[in-house]
Design a binder for this molecule. Sequence first.
Ligand code: ADE
Length: 229
Amino acid sequence: MRIDIVTVLPELLRSPFDASILKRAIDSGLVSVHLHNLRDYATNAYKQVDDYPFGGGAGMVLMAEPIDRCFSELTAQREYDEIIYMTPDGETLRQPAVNALSLKKNLLILCGHYKGVDQRIRDLWITREISIGDYVLSGGELGAAVLCDAIIRLLPGVLGDETSALTDTFQDNLLAPPIYTRPREFRGLSVPEVLTSGHSGKIEAWREEQAHLRTRERRPDLLDPGEDH
Ligand code: ADE
C-alpha cells in the first residue's frame, strides 16, 4: 500500500511513522507513506497557501490552487483509490471503513487547516471526507495519523500475530473482553479461573460472553444500531 499525505505541517506527521508498529511496517516495505508540504506547491512568490474567506468571518482558508497543483502532479503519477479530506464534518470513522480502506492500494489524504479548505477542492477532487470524532482539532494532521495507524496495523504481515486484529474491539461490533497476564494473584484480585483451565472451548465461550456483557453495558448502540440510546 502507498499513502500520500498533503499537509501544511509535515513535521507534525513525522513522529507517528517513526516508532513501533508503523515504523516496522514501513521499514519492511508493507506500506510507504509520503508527506507533501503544500507550501512547495504555492503559486505566488510569498509561498502563500491560505487566504481570507470570501464574505468575511474569522480564520483562514486553504487556497484551491496549491492543492490543485499538488493533486494534479500526484494523480498524473498513479491512480488513487480514494482522495480523502480529513474534516470534522466528514463521516465519523468506524472500524468497517478502516477495514475497507486497508484493502486499497493507493490513498491520498488532504489535511485541512485553519478554517478549512476552499469548497471547490472538495467538489472537484475529494472522494471521501472523514472525521475521527465529534470534536474539532486544530488541523487534520492528527486525524490523518489516527486513520493511517488504524489502516496500517491491519495490513497482512504488520502485526506479529496474524489473528490478533480479528479479535480487536469493534471487529464484529463487539468490545474486547477483559484480558489478564501474570501474576495470577495481584493485590487480592485473581485471574478468572476459566482462563487458567486450559480448556479452550470454555475460554472462548467465556470471552464471548464477557464481550457481550461489556458491549451491552458500555456501548449498547453497537448491538442495536437502529435504536435510540
Ligand atoms: N480536523 C479538525 N477536526 C477534525 C476531526 N475531528 N477529524 C478529522 N479531521 C479534523
